[in-house]
Design a protein around this ligand. Structure first.
Ligand SMILES: NC(=O)C1=CN([C@@H]2O[C@H](COP(=O)(O)OP(=O)(O)OC[C@H]3O[C@@H](n4cnc5c(N)ncnc54)[C@H](O)[C@@H]3O)[C@@H](O)[C@H]2O)C=CC1
Ligand SMILES: O=C(CO)COP(=O)(O)O
Length: 368
């Protein structure tokens, strides 16, 4: 039974960039809490239909959206709208974030610019940058330091039905994480704050790769033992990669880590799991991505992650195998057999934390 909404934050003007499943869902969530919400979509039909009938014709089609949402687009909003906003929330897939951030003009002075929140879960192809680094490159270190990230087990489809849900909210700037948490916090949507945005970002991006593996195992017809193995060994790999990167290993035990890993590895509602499932059934990657109708960040993240794994020199056999299946022409059956034939190893062998890519990123942000 959904609980009533309560405002933990005064009414805010919020612009959400990205009118897909998650952007629309969060617009609805904030509209329901009486915030004044603007939702940017680059799809004209989405803008017109949302404004006319509070329906999104492309995503979450069955849902009647909050009347507190005004859709804008298809052009990216200009300073006239942005300057009025208290909050900007980015729900744009990671591969398109840089091109959009480059076009926005944000005031470097904290008092003169909105709170910035990012909810995408991926690693940029080519640069293998996290979102923090994309923000630093496009908007500068001061803005990246104050950016806030939300991640955790949260299917859009279930949030709009007000099913009890919890997420992690992280920023290097505690006050910004608190503000974002209060904005979203509701009796049916709990927010927990933290100060390891690098670990939180890695958690959200990496779990998508393991969701592809779990889906593939289910598609091949394997059952519960196999899925539990992939989730647990996936968590171990995520923690090792994250620790070598310079994140806190504890972050991977939170909602953004094991919470979201568990969710997306066990549900056909996950696009990443679905990609894996269809691969396991023998379909080609091109055919799957051309017909999925929505983004599966794990497909591109697998590429960037593979480069990160090579650079860090950590052992991550499941992630490496997903890369070989997606991009190396390895068939799924052979991939499973080869993984199972690996010699025994220690269950958890955490690498040292010092000196990973996080150190360079912190230096770039002036936080070293
Ligand atoms: N759907 C979900 O339940 C959740 C999604 N996320 C994350 O949120 C992000 C967005 O995901 P969804 O909304 O689900 O994806 P989606 O596939 O439903 O929608 C993608 C949106 O991106 C827009 N888009 C495509 N190309 C673009 C470009 N060049 N510039 C700007 N916008 C562009 C599309 O028009 C569409 O509005 C992803 O990183 C995803 O991992 C995070 C938590 C939950
Ligand atoms: O991240 C998600 C829920 O937390 C959504 O997962 P998918 O992108 O795999 O659908």
């Amino acid at each position: 039974m959904p609980s009533p909404t309560r405002s933990f934050s005064p009414t805010r003007k919020v612009l959400i960039l990205g009118g897909g499943n998650f952007g629309s869902c969060l617009a609805d969530h904030l509209g329901d809490s009486d915030h004044e919400v603007f939702l940017w979509s680059r799809q004209e039909e989405v803008v017109n239909t949302l404004n006319k009938s509070h329906r999104n014709p492309a995503y979450l089609k069955d849902h009647l959206f909050s009347a507190n949402i005004t859709a804008v687009g298809p052009e990216l909003p200009g300073e006239d709208l942005i300057d009025q906003m208290d909050v900007l929330l980015f729900a744009i897939p990671t591969q398109f974030l840089r091109e959009n951030l480059t076009k926005l003009h944000l005031h470097p002075d904290r008092e003169k610019r909105p709170l910035l929140i990012f909810v995408n879960k991926g690693i940029e192809v080519g640069t293998h940058a996290l979102t923090l680094e994309i923000i630093a490159d496009t908007c500068g270190a001061e803005i990246a330091k104050a950016a806030t990230f939300i991640s955790g087990p949260s299917f859009a489809k279930e949030i709009v039905q007000r099913q009890p849900t919890s997420v992690s909210v992280a920023s290097f700037t505690d006050s910004e994480a608190q503000r974002a948490a209060l904005l979203f916090h509701q009796p049916h949507f709990r927010c927990y704050t933290g100060n390891d945005p690098i670990g939180l970002e890695l958690s959200g991006a990496l779990k998508n790769v393991y969701a592809i593996a779990a889906g593939a195992a289910d598609g091949l017809g394997f059952q519960n033992n196999t899925r539990a193995m992939i989730i647990t060994r996936g968590l171990s790999e995520m923690t090792c990669i994250g620790t070598a990167y310079g994140a806190s290993p504890l972050t991977f035990l939170g909602l953004a880590g094991v919470g979201d890993l568990f969710l997306t590895c066990s549900s056909p509602n996950s696009r990443n799991y679905t990609v894996g499932y269809r691969l396991g059934k023998g379909e080609s990657l091109d055919s799957i991505t051309n017909t999925l109708g929505s983004v599966a960040e794990g497909v591109t993240t697998t590429k960037g992650l593979n480069e990160i794994i090579q650079k860090l020199g950590v052992q991550a056999p499941i992630a490496t195998t997903v890369y070989d299946v997606l991009y190396g022409g390895k068939d799924v059956q052979t991939a499973v057999r080869e993984l199972m034939e690996l010699p025994p190893t220690k269950e958890l062998d955490l690498p040292p934390t010092a000196g990973g890519p996080a150190k360079q990123l912190l230096k770039k942000l002036g936080l070293d």
